[in-house]
Design a protein around this ligand. Structure first.
Ligand code: SF4
Ligand code: SF4
Ligand code: SF4
Length: 297
């Protein structure tokens, strides 16, 4: 699979079809993979693809990465779950479909180690998204690398996040409130969640504005709640549950729980799943006169 990937990258760069290939390469100790930006066909052998390729590289297609855009048309190595973010980025004008070459990777799942407090790491864990994945065979591509994967996702979503959601649904409103206040109080306002998310692409985030100042910038209970609620709302119906925000959060706030619960509500209410159709906009940002709820009229 890696050989096929490298061959395609070499061809794209040699023939000038793209100016850069955004993909995964080993770190210096070969203990984890890191994003690489290949511009020379001779460097195509640096590309790797394996179960450690958890990062969602679609962030580099957003407009704020001007230096990468300046190189010319990119090709991107993308798993199906990453492609869901690319679909939203295209539908929202962050990148034109013709301006990106998508190298879709057949995928059987990724693993990562979660960092706990004081630098402790968990064993390798497979994220919940992989247990329920509908896109192991990538769905929007210019080429597919790898063999077809035979996998049918379960009808009812399974895995740690959904177990927690079911447990959470049984709690009283006060218990839920206390749960989230406890978690959000740990937020240190580092904005790693925002920086890791390709759908949090505003060049000037509401949290950075100070005239007027909408959100307190210090890591304070009030500001923390406002920040986390506003971010969740801005992602409602758009979030693809890629999990990068939670993976990036140094305070271990269970952001996937918010993301997946919201995705479930949007699916139940509007029959919409994010990241599959470039022509369709998420329900929270479209207005339809035939909307059945009066409040919108
Ligand atoms: S969610 Fe699907 S495409 Fe993404 S890493 Fe997991 S198995 Fe692969
Ligand atoms: S899971 Fe997090 S990083 Fe991924 S799209 Fe949703 S909010 Fe963004
Ligand atoms: S990554 Fe975590 S700690 Fe940092 S701002 Fe986001 S929620 Fe807060």
């Amino acid at each position: 699979m890696e050989e096929q990937l490298r061959k395609e990258a070499r061809r794209l760069l040699t023939e000038g079809e793209v100016a850069v290939v955004i993909g995964y390469g080993w770190n210096s100790r070969k203990t984890r993979v890191t994003p690489v930006f290949i511009t020379n066909p001779d460097d195509a052998d640096k590309l790797v693809f394996n179960a450690l390729c958890v990062n969602n590289l679609s962030i580099y297609l957003t407009r704020k990465y001007k230096d990468i855009k300046a190189l010319g048309k990119p090709a991107i190595v993308a798993k199906g779950c990453d492609i869901k973010n690319i679909v939203i980025c295209v539908s929202e004008g962050q990148v034109a479909r013709d301006n990106v070459y998508i190298i879709g990777m057949s995928c059987t799942g990724v693993v990562y180690k979660q960092e706990l407090w004081q630098g402790e790491l968990t064993d390798n864990i497979m994220p919940t998204k992989c247990h329920n994945c509908e896109v192991r065979n990538p769905h929007v591509t210019d080429i597919v690398i790898g063999d077809k994967v035979d996998f049918t996702p379960p009808e009812e979503p399974t895995g740690m996040v959904f177990d927690k959601i079911r447990e959470f649904d049984r709690k009283t409103p006060k218990e839920r409130w206390d749960f989230w206040i406890d978690h959000f109080n740990r937020c240190i306002k580092c904005y790693a969640c925002r920086q890791a998310c390709s759908l949090c692409y505003c060049e000037r985030c509401i949290t950075d504005k100070n005239q007027p100042q909408w959100i307190e910038t210090s890591a304070h209970e009030r500001g923390n709640l406002a920040w986390n609620l506003i971010r969740a709302q801005h992602l409602t119906g758009r979030c693809t549950e890629c999990g990068e925000c939670e993976r990036a959060c140094p305070a271990n706030i269970p952001l996937n729980l918010v993301n997946s619960k919201q995705a479930l509500i949007v699916k139940e209410s509007f029959g919409y799943k994010s990241g599959f159709d470039m022509e369709e906009h998420p329900p929270m940002i479209v207005y339809k006169p035939e909307d059945k709820d009066d409040f919108i009229k």
